[in-house]
Design a protein around this ligand. Sequence first.
Ligand SMILES: [Zn+2]
Length: 471
Amino acid sequence: MMALARPIAAALLMTLSASVASNAQDPDWSSASKETLEHLQAMIRMNTSNPPGNELQVAKYLDSTMRAAGIETHLFEPAPGRGSLVAVLKGNGSKKPVLIMGHMDVVGVERDKWTVDPFAAVIQDGYLYGRGAIDDKGMLAANMETMLLLKRNVIDKGGTLSRDVIFVANSDEEAGGDFGMGWLIEHHPELIKAEFALNEGGRTRIVGGKRLYVAVQNTEKVSHVVTVTAHGPGGHASIPLEGNAIFRLGRALAKIGDHQEPIVIKPTTREFFSQLSKVWPNAGEKRAMADVASSDSGRVKRGARVLSRIPVFNAVLRNGISATMLKGGIRSNVIPVEASATLNIRTLPDLSIDSVVARLKKVVNDSLVSIDVTERGEDSPASDFHSPMFEAIRESVKALDPSMTVVPYLSTGATDSARLRTWGMQAFGLLPFPMNQDDEDRMHGNMERIPLASLDFGTRMIYGAVLRVAR
Ligand SMILES: [Zn+2]
């Protein structure tokens, strides 16, 4: 595949980048991919499980690697042991900066479920195994390689970038974010203010053994916490009481479990299914996708009914309600006066959590059950999927594999990009490494790994996108 795609990539780069760097040269990809792999292995071997994080070691590694290449860096320590790194390649200022970012912390591991050391960066059968391989050290390695290649192949060759390219490595993304992007925005906004940002949060999917599509996240659902509390008479368990709070809560939860929020097709979702329907392998689902993307309300309904059976698609078609915790009672022989459940509710962008709660109250229809928003998420504007950044990603992907489709994507998970979008940036989420469902499911799970060929593909995708948007 690569052998076929490379001449196309080179030709495209030559025609597209006339104004960057007439002297920019196509990187030596075989040594670049070796270099990226080595950096990723080095970073996986630094255990940055959060808590406690200890990301400073990775920040120092990135810092010294880029400084040795002559790239300007700014290293901060937001809290003891936590790191924050900003690196900058200066452009000529004719366009506003582009930011590429990743987080250095990882989630913890269940050591007994791994057959290799999660922090040894072992290579086996074409995969690199390790915590952080796909979330998010792979992206950090690809981003840093992009900086190194731009420095060597554009700037050092006498070429120019039309905008600054800013690299950011953050701490504490997996546990609160107090020492991450929020800290940088608060303390050094001047260093990171950009027109476009590339963050984690997308997908590059292999379906049926074939690279199929790149989903670029341009908007995301908003996460809220809602508490359902049932009230009732307390007393000794030996005398059963009508209105027992736990039974009452059970009835309320059963009704909430049966409730489905209405279908709402956001512009991103329409475009997502419209593009995907052109390449989707399963005929029934392919038709349903085209239906959902149509403007005929009957077809939209029919398509949504089919796609709703697939949990990941159902989650982008409507607000989602998941029960996550239960609380009630203090002794096995005492009837409590109160029992409660925690719901995690993810609303589609621009939809109000208060309206969801109002619907749930109606569904439960019990004055002794209260439903309250206990943590309110913040909505952010969607980024434009016709912007030059999105187009640059599309061109970069097409140059690598013309058969792939690039779609905008509304993510069900929350990312730091929401913060950036609220701040006025156009932020896009990628996971540039082609993966099948099995590989992707290992994120935050056991035996996390990255296919070596995918690491190379992802690095080229990011480099190609940044080069194009900064030409
Ligand atoms: Zn992540």
